[in-house]
Design a binder for this molecule. Structure first.
Ligand SMILES: *Cc1c(COP(=O)(O)O)cnc(C)c1O
Length: 417
């Protein structure tokens, strides 16, 4: 007898979970590069618009190629539904705006991807939604920052570039105690390190542009609804009509029927297809990203010109214990290290030949960047300090090349440090 999908092991679920055969037995879901979908009768289209029948209407609302990515991501993460978006930032913006309203507060980890920090700190603040940023490793400070206006708790699995690993059990407990949903950005850990729904996330957001796509050929994002939050709550009266009709699918329904439809940040079919392709090899790539990153971390840690290395997999990392428990002894492909100062960091970056100097992570290629002068350049000195972005810091997204070549590249470049 065929196994049920949820009984499949993770690597098998990555490849088969949520898939269905394509036309003529195609082993791939087709790229449906169409904007709209025709029906024979006016009655059929009326039924779809009224919710009496299910069908595709217009690609901003839904498309079969997007649906294949959505079904696969939901199956892999153990969620009840997913929504594919045009980018990771689109996923975060759409998911957050589906939950909070003007006057509400977000309690967020202070260690955030730059785009998310700017969304919370600047953009949403202009719409009357304020955010409290708290050190994600300080449980008392987190608890103390919840108040009667808090409507969402937000955290990243591995802070970038701080490389801190918050204990999701603490975040989940605080969310449960207060009847507030927990949204987790799992881009850097990917489902390979942890299915964060099992660790207490109610909503998972991904930038699929990174490790899920894997080869840096298309931007995308996704929102996964774990179906675990009870939206029938005085705190969320705007969910009432959706809860009555859709029960634990209330968030997905409200997002699809209002926020996602209205903001329009839908994924492009070709990008959704390419992100699906990446899922097949996620485990294989992540295994190599993790083992290569560990070797690079150990090499840098022992190098006389390197003043410090921040990788959660190093036993002396303050985040080792939590990361080891949460991620089952795997620590991801990102690390940061410090040299003497900014000039030294620039000399090292300029002397690297294999590693590319660019603003991305999660590619098969090894990538570096100097965050203080680029992706974090707009931060005030206080925010830079809070986010752990010093002038001497270089971030590395370790690729899946031969480890000896990566280490030789850094060894040669560090001569210039
Ligand atoms: C890249 C990234 C995002 C934003 O994703 P885009 O696809 O670039 O919009 C969000 N969160 C994290 C942790 C990221 O690394």
């Amino acid at each position: 007898m065929a196994k049920t999908e949820s009984s499949l092991r993770f690597d098998t679920r990555l490849i088969h979970g949520g898939t269905s055969p394509g036309p003529s037995g195609a082993t791939k879901s087709p790229i449906v590069q169409a904007s709209a979908f025709a029906y024979d009768t006016a009655e059929e289209l009326e039924d779809i618009f009224k919710g009496r029948a299910i069908g595709q209407v217009y690609t901003r609302i839904g498309n079969p190629t997007l649906e294949s990515l959505e079904k696969r991501l939901a199956a892999i993460e153990g969620g009840i539904a997913a929504i594919a978006t045009s980018s990771g930032m689109a996923a975060i913006t759409t998911a957050v705006m589906a939950i909070v309203r003007s006057g509400d507060e977000i309690l967020s980890s202070a260690s955030l991807f730059g785009g998310t920090y700017s969304l919370f700190h600047d953009t949403l603040a202009n719409y009357g939604i304020s955010t409290r940023f708290v050190d994600p490793t300080d449980a008392d400070a987190l608890r103390g920052a919840v108040n009667e206006n808090t409507r969402l708790i937000f955290v990243e699995t591995i802070g970038n570039p701080k490389m801190d690993v918050p204990d999701l059990a603490i975040f989940s407990a605080i969310a449960r105690e207060n009847g507030i949903p927990l949204m987790v950005d799992a881009t850097v850990s990917t489902p390979y390190l942890a299915r964060v729904g099992e660790l207490g996330a109610d909503i998972i957001v991904h930038s699929t542009s990174k490790y899920i796509n894997g080869t840096a050929n298309s931007i995308g994002g996704a929102i996964i609804d774990c179906g675990s939050f009870n939206w029938q709550s005085d705190k969320f009266p705007h969910f009432d009509q959706f809860y009555r009709k859709y029960r634990n699918f209330a968030l997905t329904a409200r997002t699809r029927k209002l926020i996602h439809k209205d903001f329009g940040a839908c994924a492009a079919p070709l990008n959704a297809f390419l992100n699906c392709e990446g899922l097949d090899t996620l485990s294989l790539r992540m295994e190599r990203h993790c083992s290569n990153a560990m070797r690079v971390a150990q090499f840098l840690d022992a190098h006389e010109k390197v003043s410090w290395v921040n990788y959660p997999g190093l036993p002396d990392s303050p985040y080792f214990e939590v990361a080891n428990r949460q991620f089952g002894g795997r620590f991801g492909g990102l690390l940061t290290f410090g040299v003497a100062d900014k000039a030294s960091a620039f000399r090292v970056i300029n002397a690297l030949s294999l590693a590319k100097n660019l603003a991305n992570i999660g590619d098969t290629k090894t990538l570096v960047i100097h965050p203080a002068s680029t992706i974090c350049a707009d931060y005030t000195p206080e925010v830079k300090a809070l986010m752990g972005v010093g002038e001497e810091l270089i971030r590395v997204s370790v690729g899946i090349e031969d480890i000896e070549d990566i280490i030789e590249d850094f060894a040669a470049a560090l001569e210039q440090a």
